[in-house]
Design a protein around this ligand. Structure first.
Ligand SMILES: Cc1cc2nc3c(=O)[nH]c(=O)nc-3n(C[C@H](O)[C@H](O)[C@H](O)COP(=O)(O)OP(=O)(O)OC[C@H]3O[C@@H](n4cnc5c(N)ncnc54)[C@H](O)[C@@H]3O)c2cc1C
Ligand code: SF4
Length: 518
């Protein structure tokens, strides 16, 4: 006899971990199924060679691109999911992102809910994930019902200088919102030590506001919450009507197990949530669970991104660099009709992680060693919105393996963002011919492999013909199945997705809590 719970949550990342946190106080029996284990605390956490060169924390999964070519996706299976490695840049979508936006390559569709609907949940998520920021600096940001819970992370001198130069040039640089447990007013007691090993690394001292540390760990030991690690969900089964999920099939330590619950929430990340639903096809759901609309797996997005390094004559001694953002081009530019995107900083380059870039980078300044290059580098991350295109999709083959077909959109806009960055660099003492794209994350020669910001495979909406989920992220076609991760995004905007996944999990958590209340 399989064990029965009130709620089963599949996946413990930004969506699932936060949902578990939201539901735990209900006292209901919650089972959190996570295919990964706890990420080990070890010196490798902060080793560029281990993290970026050897890929110590990347899953061994093999996926296949649209041509059937195998690749290793940059996904991370741990308690806390991708947030264990994330840069903790916790942005709200802009109010305009919730409406329809015309792009060079097509339409970014409107969401069924507005920024106003999400605002209270954003505030709650910012409190939970201890977001540091400074409201009012970024002209594109929406109304806030409360200030950031923590003051913005301060700029170090080189970044402050860049910020001042940009402001002097008429731009609106702002302090980037960030989820780290840094108390600058009391550094001796601050959990975060403000180190250089944050963006893309796990935090050795558990000071990053990730879903494990913030949402899941505090639940361990609560009698109504059970976490099973190493528990990979393979399939969901329904009753004869097809309306109710009755069994969650799990592969655990190599053996099959079955669990049951009144409510099942799939939160395995956009690609893996689609994989679970597609692999759960049955007579009642021949195209896959919740997929009468044929939308499951489609509209995969992951941003049109570029990592860029700019070299200046001055040294850049910055330790924690991810403190500045620029949204002046988010919705366009004076002489350009399309939205362009967001510019933010990323973790500071270091020679060890840049090894693979050596020939290109040292060409900029032939007399410099790679260490010189790293010492002078200022690193940016450029994000342009990509569009939900039906043909950009996750499918599964006869063996249940993920195939990810993806053709980029809005390359012209992304090119324009790069152009704007080079232009604004002229205000900062960094000549535009000293700006270069770089492969930020190991081998990005297969672009689909860099799926950090994956979203959109089960979009929510009001019309069951064009969406998989309703506005509460419940499958239109089932009574007890929810999808609560970045899969629900109908469009992705041009800012990082995690805070929206967290805010949405709190929103859906409240809906489920009311539903299961006695
Ligand atoms: C290097 C890196 C840097 C990033 N930086 C930022 C940033 O600065 N800001 C930002 O907003 N976002 C950032 N992101 C993206 C952000 O982490 C994700 O958007 C977010 O974690 C997605 O949440 P999710 O719940 O959809 O998926 P995840 O957080 O990935 O959680 C999915 C969970 O499901 C588990 N799982 C998968 N399949 C199964 C299965 N079959 N059975 C059981 N469990 C399963 C996984 O192990 C995982 O724990 C970054 C990501 C990476 C990789
Ligand atoms: S900067 Fe702070 S949160 Fe980030 S890795 Fe270092 S100690 Fe951890």
């Amino acid at each position: 006899m399989a064990e029965h719970y009130d709620v089963i949550i599949i996946g413990s990342g930004a969506g699932g971990g936060t949902l578990a946190h939201a539901l735990a106080a209900s006292g209901k029996r919650i089972l959190l199924l996570e295919r990964g284990d706890f990420l080990p605390r070890e010196m490798d956490n902060w080793s560029p060679a281990a993290v970026f060169v050897r890929g110590r924390y990347i899953s061994k999964d093999t996926w296949f691109d649209g041509d059937g070519k195998a690749f290793q996706p940059q996904v991370h299976y741990f308690v806390g999911g991708a947030t264990k490695l994330y840069g903790a840049a916790l942005y709200r979508l802009r109010p305009g992102d919730f409406g329809e936006i015309k792009h060079a390559d097509g339409i970014s569709p409107a969401w069924p809910l507005s920024y106003g609907d999400f605002e209270p949940w954003y505030s709650q998520a910012e409190r939970l994930y201890q977001v540091h920021g400074n409201g009012g600096e970024d002209p594109t940001e929406g109304h806030r019902s409360e200030p950031y819970p923590w003051p913005a992370v301060s700029h170090e001198p080189r970044i402050q200088q860049i910020s001042d130069d940009l402001a002097g040039g008429g731009y609106h640089p702002f302090h980037a919102p960030c989820g780290i447990m840094l108390n600058e007013a009391d550094r001796p007691r601050s959990t975060c030590i403000r180190c250089a090993w944050c963006d893309g690394y796990p935090c050795l001292v558990h000071a990053k506001a990730d879903a494990e540390v913030i949402a899941v760990r505090p639940l361990l030991g609560q009698p109504n919450v059970t976490l099973l690690t190493g528990a990979e969900v393979t399939k969901l089964e329904t009753d004869d009507s097809g309306r109710t999920v009755t069994a969650v099939a799990v592969s655990r330590d190599g053996g099959p197990e079955v669990y049951r619950a009144d409510i099942v929430a799939v939160c395995a990340g956009a690609a893996n949530s689609a994989k679970i639903l597609l692999n759960s096809a049955s007579d009642r759901h021949p195209r896959g669970l919740a997929n009468g609309s044929d939308q499951v797996g489609r509209n995969y997005m992951f941003h049109n991104c570029k990592a860029v390094v700019a070299l200046s004559k001055e040294k850049n001694d910055t330790v924690f660099q991810k403190t500045l953002g620029i949204n002046d081009f988010y919705f366009g530019a004076k002489d350009y009709q399309w939205p362009i995107g967001n510019i933010q900083m990323i973790g500071k380059s270091n020679a060890e992680a840049m090894r693979g870039e050596k020939p290109r980078l040292t060409k900029l300044s032939p007399e410099w060693t790679l260490s010189d290059v790293a010492e002078h580098a200022v690193d940016f991350w450029l994000t342009t919105e990509d569009l939900p295109v039906p043909g950009n999709r996750v499918t599964v083959d006869g063996d249940g393996q993920v195939h990810l077909a993806y053709t980029p959109t809005n390359n012209e806009e992304a090119g324009r963002l790069y152009h704007e960055l080079k232009k604004i660099m002229n205000h900062t003492g960094m000549a535009e011919h000293h700006v270069l794209g770089k492969n930020f994350y190991m081998d990005m020669s297969i672009p689909v492999a860099g799926c950090a910001h994956q979203a959109g495979t089960c979009r929510f909406g009001t019309d069951p013909a064009t969406s998989a989920l309703d506005v509460n992220c419940k499958a239109h076609e089932l009574d007890n199945l929810y999808v609560v991760d970045t899969s629900f995004f109908p469009s992705i905007g041009a800012v990082n997705p995690a805070l929206t996944a967290m805010a949405n999990a709190l929103r859906v958590g409240e809906h489920i809590r009311q539903r299961i209340a006695p």
